[in-house]
Design a protein around this ligand. Structure first.
Ligand code: KG4
Ligand code: ZN
Length: 342
């Protein structure tokens, strides 16, 4: 089966072409353009600007994908229908609708979060169910129990900021550019993760929820107390220590809660995904803690090229939606910014 996938929910425009044969995946095309540099000047993503960029890039990208103009060879089209920024989502959704309608091909609406989860499905070994998913991105921090393909139960979520959002906000406080995650993890490599004992929010709350906004406030307080009264810039060493200690607090919280959720759910696999899964220290700590505490549970994290938004993950999720017979009508599909998984 050959699937064409389109993603435009935030600040990445992406088109992928995948071939699936008996569970074996071949990525034929993986095209991606990031607008990160453009949004960096605003310190975050501006929806209207993102949409305009998607419009400019998506058609040339479709052409560059080399697909036949009559859709020959394509069996199904998948598109991210939500959640995300409405003006941005609509660009991909409308293109997918037109193609599906003109070519008379089945259309599948993929949830962006489901896409992140399926980013680990490209390899030879696939997760076994039930699988616990720790989804950490710029907009979401969730623990989801996946009982089977397409069957999700939300176990826990953030009550305020998402993990990626916390990285972005703390980076801003430290004077580092957007997006903050990669910057913080780079700075953290030179710092001492035990230099400052930042709070580990909701560690013993008895549920599987997270909260990161208090941690951000603690970082802000630490910065103001570290800054000399004359108001200057933080020394590089201090930036590195704050970054490393903040990152450690986030990782400790994510890892501890995830282990508790594994024990609670009896999950057979653990899937780490979303933009923050690019964080090497998080990947390493989560995998090594899992292998110590639950050696029978297998660990999955996306290839580093698939941690951020991309269309390959939308295709991977789309394959399963299509196999389950879940196609949508191209004439009525509407982008849904609040689309839910469970
Ligand atoms: O999944 P994603 O690309 O977009 C959303 O769907 O939100 O995630 C983007 C988030 C940003 O907040 C970014 O700072 C964070 O992922 N991120 C990281 C790292 N790389 C990206 N956070 C921590 N460490 C990283 N290495
Ligand atoms: Zn994402």
């Amino acid at each position: 089966m050959t699937i064409l996938a389109i993603e435009s929910s935030c600040d990445e425009t992406a088109i992928a072409l995948l071939e699936e044969n008996g569970g074996v995946i071949e990525i034929k095309q993986n095209l991606l353009t990031s607008q990160v540099a453009m949004h960096a000047q605003y310190g975050g993503v501006v929806p209207e600007v993102a949409a305009r960029e998607h419009v400019d890039i998506i058609f040339p990208m479709l052409k560059a994908s080399g697909i036949s103009r009559d859709g020959e060879g394509i069996d199904v089209i998948a598109v991210t229908a939500g959640p995300g920024l409405v003006p941005a989502l609509r660009v991909g959704v409308e293109l997918a609708k037109v193609l599906a309608w003109l070519w008379n091909k089945p259309l599948v609406a993929v949830n962006h979060l489901e896409g992140h989860i399926y980013s680990v499905w490209g390899g030879e070994t696939k997760p076994t169910f039930p699988a616990l998913c720790l989804l950490v991105s710029g907009g979401h921090t969730e623990l989801i129990l996946m009982k089977d393909h397409g069957q999700y139960e939300l176990i826990g979520m953030t009550r305020d900021d998402a993990a990626g959002e916390a990285f972005d906000k703390v980076a801003k406080l430290l004077g580092l550019p957007y997006p903050g995650g990669p910057e913080i993890s780079k700075a953290a490599e030179q710092g001492n993760p035990n230099a400052i004992n930042f709070p580990r929010p909701m560690l013993n709350s008895g549920d599987f929820d997270f909260s990161f906004s208090g941690l951000k406030t603690a970082v802000r307080n630490e910065i103001s107390s570290a800054l000399p009264l004359s108001k200057g810039e933080l020394e590089g060493v201090r930036v590195a220590d704050i970054a490393a200690s903040f990152q450690q607090a986030v990782i400790d919280t994510l890892v501890t809660k995830t282990m508790k959720a594994i024990a609670h759910t009896g999950a057979k696999s653990l899937i780490l995904s979303g933009g923050v899964s690019a964080n090497k220290s998080l990947r390493f700590t989560l995998e090594s803690t899992l292998s110590k505490q639950f050696p029978e549970v297998s660990f999955f994290a996306p290839n580093l090229s698939l941690t951020g938004d991309n269309a390959v993950m939308i295709a991977l999720a789309g394959i399963h939606r299509f196999k389950a017979g879940e196609t949508v009508d191209p004439l009525t599909l509407v982008a849904n910014p609040n689309m839910r998984l469970a």
